[in-house]
Design a protein around this ligand. Structure first.
Ligand code: AMP
Length: 417
């Protein structure tokens, strides 16, 4: 199978790593990719949101499957010309991707499908926003309606800050605050059949103890020893399947990866958000535990044959990933610094490095090229062991101003001891 992966991040590196280990994959390509992906796939400098360019590349490569990693190309409709050209594509079309592209659309689908989520108002004026904030009270939750790379949400006790964020966005969703731990549950779907993956938890805030601004994600782990038994079955029944059914009934079936961000509140499980693609950094830990070769699963989703697939096989081991970000992330990341210790981090085979914002410099050195620079992932018998291995890898890597959280999976590991 010849596979083309679209995207540039650690999620795409994780996908490429798993695909490169799948014996069914004979050729692996990525566009545009990064310095780490270049080690396992052939890179092609193509604009990832240009559907015609991506389709032309897939044709030229004679790709049997195109896997679209990030949300921006999906929301831009990159899947449509590929499907029109008869090329199997993993990822929803433009309409179904609105589940992530518009928070208001997602709320509408959830209401129609009876999916439990926070009560909310869609607001376009400051007056409406002020009324919605007062209707719910503090803590205030204000979400930019459109795509914002994980940075469009403000949760604050400060009413003025909430109003300021609302005023800075064209359209916002203001919703009730959900208490309780968060879980990310991914499902692979062909528009009808829904296959949940294993739950993971990510760490959205920049600093230890969940302080600092929201980011794209600073680390993740799986499994969740504290999660209630039956959680996956419950979410499949009350969230994932009804959402997929609703979109199919609307004539815009969702195929690809449906990501449910959940809050386990005192009043039950609620959807915080949907994403239309693999989450980063949870993908790093979820794929590290997947034993079933990946390519066949993604192809079955693209071809509408998931119902015929054997059940997915999972490792009982735990996986932890720690993101290393550049100085100034998320507000104003510094780039262009050389990264040292990449080989040392992987030297004894216990951890692996997945690149995000990296590029190859003029002398072949690897340079920082984005906010989230890379993530170090490790697998172990339990969370404590996986965590120790991942942080040992992090300790080997350095670049100017590097920052990372020190408490990824710490509480869950301690509680499980
Ligand atoms: P989102 O991009 O919608 O996942 O929001 C980013 C983060 O903001 C989530 O992971 C939560 O930590 C937080 N958040 C979003 N919505 C709510 C809510 N209704 N109540 C509490 N926290 C929220």
């Amino acid at each position: 199978m010849k596979v083309l992966v679209i995207g540039t991040g650690a999620r795409e590196h994780a996908l490429c790593r798993s695909l490169s280990q799948d014996p069914a994959v004979t050729e692996l390509h990525c566009a545009p990719g990064n310095a780490g992906i270049a080690r396992v796939a052939a890179l092609h400098p193509v604009d990832q949101s240009d559907g015609d360019a991506v389709t032309a590349l897939a044709r030229r490569l004679d790709a049997d499957l195109v896997v679209v990693g990030p949300e921006a190309p999906l929301v831009a409709g990159v899947a449509e010309p590929l499907r029109a050209a008869g090329i199997p594509v993993f990822g929803p079309g433009r309409e179904a991707a609105q589940l992530e592209g518009s928070k208001a659309f997602a709320k509408d689908v959830m209401a129609a499908a009876g999916v439990p989520t926070a009560r909310s108002y869609v607001c376009t004026t400051e007056q409406e926003a002020a009324e919605a904030l007062d209707a719910f009270g503090a803590p205030y939750v204000v979400k930019d309606d459109g795509l914002a790379a994980g940075k469009g949400v403000v949760v604050t006790e400060d009413r003025a800050a909430a109003l300021e964020h609302a005023a800075a966005c064209e359209r916002v969703v203001i919703e009730e605050y959900l208490d309780g731990p968060e879980v990310s549950l991914f499902a692979i779907t062909d528009g009808t059949t829904v296959l949940p993956l294993v739950p993971a938890q990510d760490f959205k805030r920049a600093l230890d103890d969940d302080r600092g601004p929201n980011t794209g994600g600073m680390g993740a782990y799986s499994p969740l020893p504290w999660a209630p038994e039956g959680l996956v079955a419950e979410v499949l029944e009350s969230v994932l399947q009804p959402t997929v059914d609703e979109l199919r009934h609307r004539g815009t079936p969702f195929s690809g990866l449906l990501y449910a961000g959940l809050a386990l509140t005192s009043r039950g499980t609620r959807v915080i958000e949907f994403n239309a693609r693999f989450g980063d950094p949870e993908t790093q830990v979820v794929l590290a535990r997947l034993r079933t070769p990946l390519a066949g699963v993604l192809l079955a989703a693209a071809n509408g044959t998931l119902d015929a697939l054997e059940p997915l096989r999972w490792s009982e081991e735990a996986a932890v990933t720690v993101v290393m970000a550049s100085e100034g992330y998320p507000a104003s990341p510094r780039t262009g610094d050389p990264i040292e210790g990449l080989d040392a981090a992987e030297a004894d085979g216990t951890a692996f490095v997945l690149h995000a914002g990296t590029k190859v410099g003029p002398d072949g050195e690897v340079l920082t090229a984005g906010g989230r620079v890379l993530s170090v992932t490790a697998v172990g018998a339990d969370l404590a062991e996986a965590r120790a291995k991942a942080y040992a890898g992090v300790a080997e890597i350095s670049f100017k101003g590097a920052q990372h959280r020190t408490d990824i999976a710490a509480r869950a590991a301690a509680a499980a001891q």
